[in-house]
Design a protein. Structure first.
Lengths: 336, 201
């Protein structure tokens, strides 16, 4: 194989060639580089494979949650250990087996009829009380539910549609875009359809507030049949009583970040960050000194576990943390 | 088995639930990824991995693992994934061909594991990219947004977008190269004699 130094690889050109609109003159440059050696062609082939094939399952990998999976495994194990054991005795065995088989067939038939008649075969309703919760959906999308929120996910999700219902409360939706199966958040009075990636909805009896973090969404008012398209950074409210859209800016509701209840911090002082973290995760945090409370954090902690969020804060602000009887204490790293 | 694997396996056999949980949590994603490669469904992939772990826990006293715990679980995950596909009656010819490869091609399983380990390392590397770089890269690769759209969405220049994508690609290429050159050789040594690890799965 020809020798190839990393410095001689035109990475900018290779990166551009993986994009949909690769200009002809750049393509000519790339072809020229490829023609120079086998090593160049192998490097390019590897980059293409990486981009097109090896990264294909990343979204699913990212959404896979070992904590949820472990909980499910524990539940399975517990169910198995508490399941009743039926012992068939000899003598009347044949008779019992025969009637057991008939009963089983009838039971399966009845279950089948009920299953068929049910409107949504395995819909799941998720509810939070005092803490935040993240739901990983089968397509790799995720919903971060704020406290006191209810979300319904239909049993046919990701089959012919990707629709969820925000019954009450507030949730952050991170959507894996799929043009063939648009992601839809239904509410009684309105619905939100994703055209891009992530957004937050807060539903109360009189208003529905939408803030778009990235990508684009279509916000549809069912009563007035009006649709508004919102891009990243935009927000809008729907007045349930007046049945119309009204201007709304998240920053006017809360001072912590410009996206209420979310863990996006843009040069936010640590004192405010801590208040928000305590609220979202239901944990108690103390600052080792008042001086560190003035430090400013710029970080996106949305969707992270509490431990991971703490690690990010500590790394960003050069801090250490200790856990004393369930209270997290943040201290300057040098004081340790 | 490596000394680390031996220590874990002994504790699992002694029904040490903490050791079992620790091992499960640390290894879950790589096995999930293997199942997902076959099943393309997150829920079913989780079920398959959990079935394998449940059996491992319940039957740990009877299972004999001579070489590698990880390879043993990998094989079980592949087998169960194929069984699951068969139950779903999806592309039976393809399933038969995969089952044939699994039984008759000594290198098939190893290649699957190599590819899976490579993917897991790549995904971990994406997670470790600087925040903005990862965001740009994901919008480009997974949301299929054009560079100009990413620049508009994040309020940065198109040149910065290009730089982030180039940097990410370079880092990931480095991971691929390192694993292909060094890692795979080690993996082969590690998993040698894998055929003897046939358990009750």
């Amino acid at each position: 194989m020809d020798s190839l130094s990393e410095h001689n690889i035109p990475w900018d050109l290779i990166a551009d060639s993986l994009q949909p609109d690769f200009p002809a003159e750049e393509d000519a440059r790339l072809q020229q580089w490829l023609a120079e050696s086998t090593a160049n062609r192998e490097t390019y082939q590897r980059a293409r494979e990486l981009w097109a094939v090896r990264l294909a399952d990343f979204s699913a990998y990212q959404a896979a949650d070992e904590a949820t999976a472990w909980d499910s495994l524990m539940q399975q194990l517990q169910e198995k250990t508490t399941a009743p054991v039926v012992i068939m005795r000899s003598g009347k065995g044949h008779f019992i087996r025969k009637w057991t088989a008939i009963a089983a067939v009838l039971l399966v038939m009845a279950a089948g009829i009920v299953w068929y008649l049910l409107p949504d075969r395995s819909e799941q309703v998720y509810a939070t009380t005092t803490t935040q919760r993240e739901i990983a959906l089968p397509d790799g999308s995720s919903i971060t539910m704020q406290p006191y929120t209810e979300v319904r996910v239909g049993g046919r999700y990701n089959q012919h549609e990707r629709a969820v219902q925000l019954i009450k409360g507030e949730a952050f939706f991170k959507v894996i875009h799929n043009a063939n199966l648009p992601f839809l958040v239904n509410m009684d009075e309105s619905s939100v359809k994703d055209i891009g990636t992530s957004f937050n909805i807060r539903r109360s009896p009189d208003t529905i507030k939408l803030a778009v973090i990235s990508g684009k969404v279509a916000f549809w008012g069912k009563d007035n049949q009006e649709t508004r398209e919102l891009s990243a950074g935009m927000s809008l409210a729907y007045d349930v009583v007046k049945k119309n859209f009204t201007e709304w800016a998240p920053s006017s509701d809360q001072g912590v970040t410009n996206r209420e209840n979310l863990l996006y911090f843009d040069h936010t002082v640590l004192t405010d960050v801590v208040k928000q973290i305590e609220k979202v995760y239901g944990k108690k945090i103390q600052l080792g000194s008042t001086a560190i409370g003035e430090r400013k954090l710029k970080a996106d902690l949305q969707g992270l576990s509490f431990d991971k969020a703490l690690q990010v804060i500590c790394t960003s602000l050069n801090l250490d943390y200790t856990d004393k009887n369930g209270i997290i204490i943040l201290k300057d790293k040098e004081n340790k | 088995m490596t000394p680390e694997e031996s220590a874990i396996w002994i504790r699992i056999q002694q029904k040490d639930i903490r050791a079992f949980e620790e091992f499960y949590r640390s290894a879950y994603k790589r096995f999930f990824l293997m199942a997902f490669q076959y099943l393309k469904d997150a829920d079913t992939s989780q079920e398959v991995v959990n079935d394998v772990f449940m059996k491992l826990w319940e039957d740990s006293a009877e299972i004999i693992i001579e070489k590698s715990l990880v390879s043993y679980i990998y094989r079980a995950v592949i087998n169960r994934s194929l069984n699951q596909l068969q139950k779903q009656k999806r592309d039976l010819a393809q399933i038969r061909s995969l089952q044939y490869s699994l039984q008759h091609d000594a290198t098939y399983e190893l290649r699957q594991m190599e590819e899976n380990e490579l993917k897991a390392a790549l995904y971990k590397a994406i997670d470790q990219l600087p925040d903005q770089c990862r965001r740009v890269f994901c919008l480009s690769r997974f949301e299929q947004l054009k560079q100009q759209e990413i620049a508009d969405q994040l309020g940065i220049s198109i040149k910065t977008v290009k730089n982030h994508i180039t940097y990410a690609l370079k880092q990931l290429h480095k991971v691929t190269g390192e694993l292909l050159v060094i890692g795979i050789v080690l993996l082969k040594l590690f998993f040698s004699g894998i055929d003897q690890d046939l358990g009750s799965f």
